[in-house]
Design a protein around this ligand. Structure first.
Ligand code: ADP
Ligand code: MG
Length: 464
């Protein structure tokens, strides 16, 4: 009887939906007026219950001629699933009793009956990968070492090491690069695995389109059959409730099934705006790795590695100049290098410091405008509870001298002002005073962890 109903439903919903949602159903028990079925995840239970339950009941009535109650329970396939057979309801297996009390989902299984989707479907929703964004091409430094290590771990691990991996950091700092690198690596080692990478915007677009064409079913199927799902720039779903809801379901379904999920955003999970609390907390369950703003050393390393791959000779002086001046992010740094090279190639002249300054004058100005010494002084004064005027004053009491030194240090780090320029902004002090301040703060940072964190925090606040 059940087979008849199921067969009917199959022709109704189509083959793809049948494979994703109905085939995994296993009939546990039932009689003429009651059936109980099991699905592997909670998400599937909700989905089947809200989308097919009514139809099952209607078809049953139509086919068999009696009304029927349908119950759907979650049963992990790692537990023995009783053979589908119509048995007495009272003979239900032991494991079900626990399930009925709605205990947490049982141990995750990796061998769920999820069928492969059509290759064309995957193509349709996958964002393309940049072949240059590999681990080999990623320069590692202090600001990104945690994110890099986590990404490698996810790419190389045979079992899911943490779920989700949440990467966050400001624009142009390498989040997308790392995600593509993971995808490349997994595809190389496991060509059979389904790896999907796409931006949250694209996810949203696909979802909205699916809604419009009433094809949400195949949309869901495509995502639910992947081994690794990566969603880039997830902050874009903030404030979009329907997309968020859908994303949340997809996310839960995959994590429930022990499939690797990788998310990136410009903020930490808890700082995401317009995102539901339950979602924020869920996003932070795995490993959260942040990418910090670049340091001079990292910028230098990146420029050197990129310059090596160019046909044009870039003098070391120019590389140092760029590492010093273009502090905003790595994308701009690369852009700057490309512009210099393009210019040199075009006019047929070699790259020099002069041409660099000329070609990049707008970019250099923009990088200067990012944070001003005045802003630094204000923030630091606020932070240490001293007056802004103390930044310029001659007072030498430790309580004001230390914050002043910190402000000088940050001015050196975050702006492209020279030492004498900085000195002038601090009540006309000498450049050696500024140099001394920078040294002092560096020393303290190296010996006092709490102090180092404090400075780091200030620096991040100023950068944003
Ligand atoms: P995000 O996604 O964080 O905005 P991207 O991953 O798009 O940043 O990186 C911007 C550019 O900088 C890309 O061209 C990328 O290859 C490059 N890039 C970022 N981080 C590194 C790094 N550590 N080493 C080499 N290139 C990098
Ligand atoms: Mg990106």
């Amino acid at each position: 009887q059940w087979d008849r109903v199921l067969g009917k439903l199959r022709t109704e919903v189509g083959e793809a939906a049948y494979r994703s949602w109905l085939k995994p159903l296993s009939l546990l028990s039932g009689d003429e007026s009651f059936i109980r079925m099991a699905v592997p995840t909670r998400f599937m239970r909700d989905w089947v219950a809200s989308n097919y339950q009514d139809r099952i009941q209607a078809l049953w009535l139509e086919e068999i001629g009696t009304p029927i109650d349908v119950e759907i329970v979650v049963l992990s396939p790692s537990r023995p699933v009783p053979k589908p057979a119509l048995v007495d309801v009272k003979d239900e297996p032991e494991v079900l009793r626990a399930q009925e009390r709605d205990v947490p989902v049982l141990p995750v299984a990796t061998d769920l009956p999820v069928e492969a989707v059509q290759e064309s479907d995957v193509q349709q929703i996958t964002g393309s990968l940049d072949p240059r964004f590999t681990f080999e091409n990623f320069v590692v430094g202090k600001p990104n070492e945690l994110a890099y290590a986590a990404a490698q771990r996810v790419a190389d691990a045979e079992a899911v090491p943490f779920n989700p991996l949440f990467l966050y950091g400001g624009v142009g700092l390498g989040k997308t690069h790392l995600m593509h690198a993971i995808a490349h690596q997994i595809r190389k080692a496991h060509p059979e695995k389904k790896v999907i990478y796409l931006s949250a915007e694209k996810f949203m677009y696909q979802f909205v389109r699916a809604l419009r064409t009433k094809d949400t079913m195949s949309f869901k199927e495509q995502f639910r059959s992947v081994d690794v799902l990566m969603i880039d720039d997830v902050q874009f779903i903030g404030g979009r409730e329907a997309t968020q809801e859908e994303f949340f379901h997809t996310f839960n379904a995959l994590v429930d099934q022990n499939r690797q999920v990788i998310i990136s955003a410009d903020k930490s999970p808890s700082d995401l705006e317009g995102v539901e609390e339950r979602m924020k907390s869920r996003l932070g369950w795995g490993l959260v790795a942040d990418i910090h703003p670049t340091t001079y050393e990292l910028r230098l390393g990146i420029l050197e590695s990129k310059a090596e791959q160019l046909d044009v000779e870039i003098p070391q002086k120019v590389i140092e100049f760029l590492a010093h001046k273009i502090t905003s992010n790595i994308r701009e740094l690369e852009g700057a290098l490309n512009r210099i090279v393009a210019h040199a190639t075009l006019v047929g002249r070699s790259v020099t410091l002069e041409t660099t300054q000329e070609v990049l004058h707008d970019l250099l100005r923009a990088n200067d405008r990012r944070v001003t010494i005045e802003e630094i002084q204000k923030k630091v004064a606020e932070h240490f509870n001293v007056r802004v005027s103390d930044m310029h004053s001659a007072r030498r009491a430790r309580a004001v001298a230390r914050p002043r030194q910190i402000a000088m240090y940050l001015s050196k780090q975050l702006t492209s002002r020279s030492l004498p320029e900085i000195g002038r902004k601090f009540g006309g002090r000498d450049h050696t005073t500024v140099m001394h301040a920078v040294k002092k703060v560096e020393e303290l940072k190296a010996t006092d962890l709490e102090f180092a964190e404090d400075i780091e925090l200030l620096s991040r606040m100023l950068e944003n």
